[in-house]
Design a protein around this ligand. Sequence first.
Ligand code: NGQ
Ligand code: ZN
Length: 454
Amino acid sequence: MSRHYMFDHAWLADGWRRDVRVTVTDGVITALSADAPRDGAERVAGFAVPGLPNLHSHAFQRGMAGLAERRGPAGDSFWTWRDVMYRFLGRLTPDDVEAIAALAYVEMLERGFTTVGEFHYLHHGADGAPHAELGEMAFRIAAAAGETGIGLTLLPVLYGYAGFGGQTPTQGQRRFINDPERFLRLLERARAACAPLPAAAVGIAPHSLRAVTPETLRAVLDAAKSGPIHIHIAEQMKEVDDCVAWSGQRPVEWLLDHAPVDDRWCLIHATHMTADETKRMAQTRAVAGLCPLTEASLGDGVFNGEAYLAAGGRFGIGSDSNIEIDAPGELRMLEYSQRLLHRARNVMTTQEGESTGRRLFKESLRGGAQALGRPIGELAIGRRADIVVLDAEHPDFAGAGSDHWLDAWVFSAGRNAVRTVFTSGEKVVENGVHRRHDAVHARYRAALKRLLDA
Ligand code: NGQ
Ligand code: ZN
């Protein structure tokens, strides 16, 4: 069955167009024309843009809001945050994970994201024993995606060790651990979990160079012949120093020398790179998975976007710890961190007259679609009908012509300007509110109350 929508304004490959009539068949755009007669289509007011792909999420961390913002005994850091995070996840049941993920996904849809790359490593029971269904947690993530309608790329994580050189995992990590053989069985269960979802994708994610060895990394790369490959890399200086101590090389340098990094890969964070690593990484056509709000929250450092963009590097954005879910806010933070670093303005651009909001948006659509391996990121025939419609009545759009709409959205109006959202052609958000908002919020509140009262 086909549906027809008529958008007052839509942002197509060649820019803003009026009266754009879109036909959706089985979730995919099958016809599209501008300056079209309405011809029975449902009219949608506002500015329609492709939904942003969220290329990096740990959904369960959404439940940690406000729990790691208190000064500890000595030197708070990424690593002390991680201890708090491990304590939080230690008690989560599959029901909790599903309830928290559903809230995170509702918020993503209400705030500009239409696909999520779930970097999924909370696999086993609280005592570290696998669930009777090895993919239990993957089924819960898929259920949350199905309930909310968000597009899903599930990235089951291989996690084997506590640090470089195959260090024994800690108690706090026992729920993550698999050897490559069990990981590949889990990957099959993840595929089964995703099978009922519309056009879900499944990739793999060796967690980080800290959590694998060269042998286990090779084993899973050999077995996964297609699909996205995501890895955390060079987020913290301790990780860089430990990698140098172990191998004599920095993490990105080591990876580029020892793995076939290409356009299937997404390197999450890649915060700490030398000029040479930056250039080499850009040449691989891999995507840098930037998570600016989380990187600020965790004190990671600032990605050198200016040099990377100049080298032609690809990037997309992720909400990572989900401490604040906000698609335009991630783009804004990315640019603002560059401004603070370089004491300059409009850094994430390369040409005079270029719109910063538009460049950030366009790059993140392209990079996110590539990294998540789904046909998204553009309003065009053959792509999923994942569409975000902004409120044309928002005051920040009042004085601006269409040339300025994306800048006004990214730098001013922000996430509250999202009015209507379609995923696979289905209307999931109306008047800024997801259709499952109340039920998902109620279930989330009950889960958190139980967890934090215990
Ligand atoms: C994660 N998060 O997997 O959730 C990590 C923390 C680790 C970030 N890296 C765990 N931001 O890296 O060991
Ligand atoms: Zn992460």
